[in-house]
Design a binder for this molecule. Structure first.
Ligand code: GLU
Length: 453
């Protein structure tokens, strides 16, 4: 869309504010949560708490409701000893946080990453609560994590870590309690180990304890690409509001893992020009569009997008400020900050990752007229098809790929329309609108159930 691209810095009627630096943590984190829910550093939990505080203010909820929604309902912290292949032992820290279960069992991924800590898991669990509410799934929000770099361990070692972690958190999980799924550093095989460990201990096969499983043990068609497909539905709905189609836009995707790689491929198949992608090792750029299937071949051979001969090298940070129409951060939290948000040239930011934009960056982007389609809406396709997988497993009756694709599209577009409608009515960005809907639905369920005793 090079000819019709709008420079967001010149969007009509907007005066840029001063954004010299992010405020100190004390200013952004509301003093309502008990110590256990207060972040120890300005990371994702500070972002999540700031977002919640904004929604609470708009909804006019009292302090008691705010404290309840700011605080995880239940969390467990486990030590995971691993016997390595060479006979030595190593210890890892793992977590499972159920942020809220007012609307149904906890739901959310399991992350293996060296920087995982309890605050990050709390933030991710809170985002799952709002996400499930926004797309109207009968779930609360949960998340798990182990502080491990899976690239440094053999498959057998990862299996032992996964089984020990599962066994340690066993009392907290189950198809009616808390249902796991893949996230960064975990995959369908990890879910099969979790399901097997849980099932063997219970004495029978219980596929509903995890989603994102391999097909042969009760996985669903369409789950592997669901998050990415949902990102493309959300992007398409957002740009259609401006009278454009996917074939009109240039896209940059940060992250070439489970979400980013499929998103790039689906954007390409849908007619968009994918001009840049990056992974943790670096990025590549080609004006006019990258041949994504050929890039996927290159990644299969070499393990990275770096060195792809049909495109120019590009720094990972430079991708975020590239002159494209749609930017899809699909890697980790906190990549769009007060330091780079004023240089983003994209007109739409569609969040494939959870929490890629800090609260301060959000304000800067909104001031500049950049439309942010927020994580709790844009990347909800994954948990939507997780829900379909869970429903199929509970009924032992399997749907066709077409049925899944249609139901996913319906749910994503319905949720997008509801969020866009609130954004228009309340004159707020899409993130604020999605949070208003999510937080309101959770609070409503909480009030209707009443307090016990
Ligand atoms: N990890 C994904 C997310 O953050 C999927 C969660 C799920 O399917 O439960 O949304």
């Amino acid at each position: 869309m090079a000819d019709t691209a709008v420079d967001p810095t010149t969007a009509a009627g907007r005066e840029p504010r001063e954004h010299s630096q992010d405020p100190p943590l004390a200013d952004v984190v509301p003093d309502v949560a008990p110590d256990s829910a207060r972040p120890t550093h300005a990371g994702p939990l500070a972002t999540a708490q700031t977002q919640l505080a904004g929604a609470i203010r708009r909804l006019g909820f009292d302090e008691g409701m705010h404290a309840m929604l700011a605080t995880p309902r239940r969390e467990i912290n486990v030590a995971i000893p691993l016997r390595r292949d060479d006979g030595t032992t190593e210890l890892f820290h793992g977590f499972r946080v159920q942020h809220n279960v007012s609307r149904g069992p906890g739901k959310g991924g399991l992350r293996y990453h060296p920087s995982v800590d309890v605050d990050e898991v709390r933030a991710l669990a809170m985002w799952m609560t709002w996400k499930c509410a926004v797309v109207e799934l009968p779930y609360g929000g949960a998340k798990g994590g182990v502080a491990i770099d899976p690239r440094n361990y053999s498959t057998a070692e990862l299996e032992r870590v996964t089984r020990r972690y599962t066994s340690e958190i066993m009392p907290m999980i189950g198809p009616e309690r808390d249902i796991m799924a893949p996230d960064i550093g975990t995959d369908a095989q990890t879910m099969a180990w979790v399901m097997d460990t849980y099932s063997v201990n219970r004495g029978y096969t219980i596929p509903g304890v995890v989603t994102g499983k391999p097909l042969e043990v009760g996985g669903s068609l369409g789950r592997a690409t669901a998050t990415s497909q949902g990102v493309v539905h959300a992007a398409s709905a957002a740009i259609r509001e401006q009278g454009l189609e996917l074939s009109d836009v240039r896209v940059a995707v940060q992250g070439f893992g489970k979400v980013g790689s499929h998103a790039a491929a689906i954007f390409g198949q849908s007619g968009a020009r994918v001009e840049a992608v990056s992974d943790q090792y670096g990025g590549v750029h080609r004006s006019g569009g990258i041949d994504v299937p050929r890039l996927l071949d290159h990644v299969r051979e070499t393990g990275s997008v770096v060195g792809f001969a049909e495109a120019d090298p590009l720094g990972n940070a430079d991708l975020l400020t590239l002159d494209v129409d749609v930017l899809v951060p699909a890697a980790v939290e906190g990549v769009l900050t007060h330091e780079n948000a004023d240089q983003v040239k994209a007109r739409w930011v569609v969040e494939g990752a959870n929490g890629p934009t800090t609260a301060r960056a959000d304000e800067i982007l909104a001031d500049r007229g950049v439309v942010v389609v927020p994580d709790i809406l844009a990347n909800a396709g994954g948990v939507v098809v997780s829900y379909f997988e869970w429903v199929q497993a509970q009924q032992a009756y399997w749907w066709t790929e077409t049925e899944i694709e249609q139901r996913l599209a319906e749910r994503m577009l319905h949720a997008y329309d509801a969020v866009a409608e609130v954004a228009r009515r309340e004159q707020v960005p899409l993130r604020d609108a999605a949070l208003l809907i999510g937080v309101q639905r959770v609070a409503q369920a909480h009030r209707t159930r009443g307090l016990y005793p």
